[in-house]
Design a protein around this ligand. Structure first.
Ligand code: SAM
Length: 253
């Protein structure tokens, strides 16, 4: 578990570089997000040009929640998707393995006009809830960061859903159209690290962001992983000219 020292030290090594050097990818992910937590929201909204709000609403709509629904947000970060879910659900549980991220999410919940959202520190590969606890589950932009244990994480999400419950997962994607891919590549490779350096004081996490998007699964490959984890009615929608994919699935009755 992160101990807060990442924030004082700044980002030491990108997770993929740490893993190549024989270290732990997951520990490096945890330290990286711990060190970025207090600047994360600013970067998020700037880098997505404010489009992230709409992506989160689309994810929650795709769960088809009833008013008494219980929702889980996996790797919630500073909680924005959980807050969006809480407008449609009776109860929203959300967790992240970065203590610093959860601290900020909880502060936002205390300041804002939100009800029924509960944050905790936990790991996506060991979801701390009983089988069948939720009507819907979400996760945004976290799957690249659990890539070494992706299948375990998807099986855990499937486990905690009730039969008939739906999952909605947002993740970055490489746009299918060549001109958009070129502009997007330039933006992620050159402009995002500059925004990152300006906002977060280091370009390392944003260079990792670029590499992790380049190396990420195509939406149809990720759909296959959802099916392998037990989900039915699996599909995806491309958003923002294909730079983001919204993946959906349903646990069989
Ligand atoms: C890119 S952020 C996304 C945060 C949030 N979902 C959002 O959309 O803003 C990825 C988050 O995944 C969390 N994370 C990565 N690996 C995790 C794991 N194994 N268990 C729990 N959280 C994890 C990180 O701490 C980080 O907060």
């Amino acid at each position: 578990m992160g101990d807060g020292s990442g924030q004082r030290r700044g980002v030491r090594e990108a997770p993929d570089r740490a893993a190549q050097a024989g270290g732990s990818f997951t520990t490096a992910v945890q330290e990286m997000f711990g060190s970025l937590a207090h600047r994360y929201d600013r970067f998020n909204h700037w880098a997505s040009l404010g489009l992230d709000y709409g992506w989160r609403r689309a994810a929650i709509r795709s769960l088809h929640l009833s008013a008494d629904a219980k929702v889980l947000d996996v790797a919630t970060g500073t909680g924005d998707l959980a807050f969006t879910a809480s407008r449609r659900a009776r109860k929203t549980a959300a967790f992240d393995f970065s203590f610093q991220m959860i601290e900020i999410a909880a502060q936002k919940a205390n300041k804002g006009d939100v009800e029924g959202v509960y944050f905790q520190v936990a790991r996506a590969e060991q979801v701390p809830f009983r089988d069948g606890s939720f009507h819907g589950a979400t996760s945004a932009f976290a799957m690249r960061n659990v890539k070494p244990m992706l299948d375990e994480v998807l099986v855990e999400i499937h486990r905690v859903l009730q039969p008939g419950g739906r999952v909605a997962i947002l993740e970055f994607s490489r746009p299918p159209a060549a001109p958009v891919r070129w502009v997007h590549g330039l933006y992620v490779r050159s402009i995002m690290p500059r925004i990152g350096r300006w906002l977060a004081g280091s370009s390392e996490p944003f260079e990792y962001l670029h590499r992790s998007i380049e190396e990420w699964l195509r939406p149809e490959e990720f759909a296959g992983r959802l099916r392998a984890a037990g989900f039915a009615e699996v599909g995806y929608r491309r958003l923002a000219m294909g730079t983001v994919a919204l993946h959906i699935g349903r646990k069989g009755d």
